[in-house]
Design a protein around this ligand. Structure first.
Ligand SMILES: [Zn+2]
Ligand SMILES: [Zn+2]
Length: 393
């Protein structure tokens, strides 16, 4: 999909009435009803358990379902899981899977483009957070050409066709049933229904707005997406958005073992019990390579910022170190490319029994390359320490 580059069409975009009413009235209702309910009824622990359950179910259905399963095909799930996630995502009231995934694939393809990215951060916080849904902007009119795979799915077709009905019924029946279980129907609707929906909305919207504004860019600076560990807490691990925009098919967003990504953990657990398969992961060398390329870029920027103004010895040494290190790194990358070509060739020509033997050797060689890339990274850090005068020397 490509949008006509006409600023007028954006300025005069008509109001998108149904989403506008839902998205503007629900937070207002929550602001009034939640304090009123707490004041008059006090805290009912069962209602808050229901709230936590619906927060987790609907939030993870968006991240593990709409996002990583359907929009990116980062893994495959057992039908029972798929439909459980589909119901959860419907409860979240974030449009049909067709709309959500088509818009999201367009966002990745045209990230930051003012006309083609449906929630372009280049149009500011308000637009990328919520306004893109409040008006019928040209960038928000999907032709669904980018979701041929999803269009084949019968259940997704039905969800799209009867989306409004699905949203109303799921929220009335499922939240209503939870209300019967807690013994406080009104409280369950206000806290586990309304408040939960508003919070899940805005936590998801943060990814399009704040995650394109605040945070670090360890993997690429060719787009505005940021890694933000604080936002990861609210978004079930989706705060590692810089990684995600660079390696969008990886089922992990927080790729390091210590990064908070409950969506990744959920997919891992489902995989362990046989309910998820074909988990796609980018290999460690490729990830580390992207990081080191960014480190060199930052070092180069640092040099060019102060380069002409300072004749400091430390800066000269830093420049020399970085330049020598970059030559060594280029050589490592060449070795890595040669090894990758060799590995492809072997897989094409070797017989299965010999391939296994060759594979072990290749694994070792890839590990050596990874260690080399890591040592380049360490030496860049060391050069920085020296530049700051913190070095032992
Ligand atoms: Zn994004
Ligand atoms: Zn994505």
């Amino acid at each position: 999909m490509s949008v006509e580059r006409n600023p007028q069409a954006f300025e005069n975009a008509p109001i998108n009435w149904v989403p506008a009413i839902v998205l503007l009235s629900t937070p207002l209702l929550a602001i009034v009803l939640v304090p009123w309910y707490l004041w008059t009824h006090g805290i009912n622990p069962a209602v808050w358990v229901a709230f936590a359950f619906f927060m987790a179910w609907t939030g993870l259905s968006i991240t593990a379902g709409y996002h990583r399963l359907w929009a990116h095909k980062a893994y495959d799930a057992h039908p029972a899981i798929k439909y459980f996630l589909l119901v959860g995502a419907t409860l979240a009231v974030q449009s049909s899977a067709f709309d959500w995934c088509s818009g999201h694939r367009t966002h990745h393809r045209h990230v930051d483009d003012e006309y083609d990215d449906p929630y372009s951060s280049k149009r500011g916080f308000w637009f990328s957070h919520i306004d893109w849904m409040l008006h019928k902007y040209p960038s928000g009119q999907y032709d669904y050409k980018n979701i041929p795979d999803l269009k084949k799915d019968k259940i997704l077709q039905i969800q799209h066709k009867y989306y409004g009905l699905w949203v109303v019924l799921s929220n009335l029946i499922i939240v209503g049933l939870a209300g019967l279980m807690t013994g406080d129907i009104l409280g369950t609707f206000i806290i586990a229904g309304l408040l939960r929906m508003v919070l899940t909305h805005h936590f998801t919207f943060f990814i399009n707005s704040l995650c394109h504004m605040f945070g670090t860019r360890p993997y690429t600076d060719t787009n505005t997406a940021r890694d933000n560990p604080i936002l990861a807490i609210f978004t079930w691990g989706e705060g590692y958005h810089n990684y995600h925009h660079y390696f969008q098919y990886d089922y992990r967003n927080g790729v390091k073992w210590w990064q908070y990504d409950p969506t990744k953990w959920l997919i891992n657990i489902l995989h362990k019990v046989g309910l998820a398969k074909d988990l796609k992961r980018v290999d460690d060398v490729t990830i580390k390579h992207a990081e080191v390329v960014m480190q060199f870029k930052r070092a180069q920027e640092r040099i060019s910022q102060v380069g002409d103004l300072s004749l400091d010895d430390r800066l000269t040494i830093f420049k020399e170190h970085i330049s020598a290190e970059y030559d060594a790194f280029t050589q490592t990358v060449e070795e890595w490319h040669t090894l990758k070509a060799k590995s492809m060739e072997l897989k094409r020509t070797e017989f299965a029994n010999r391939l296994h033997e060759a594979d072990e050797k290749l694994k070792e060689q890839f590990a050596q390359i990874e260690a080399k890339i890591l040592s380049h990274s360490e030496r860049i850090q060391h050069a920085y320490l020296h530049l700051k005068g913190k070095s032992a020397q």
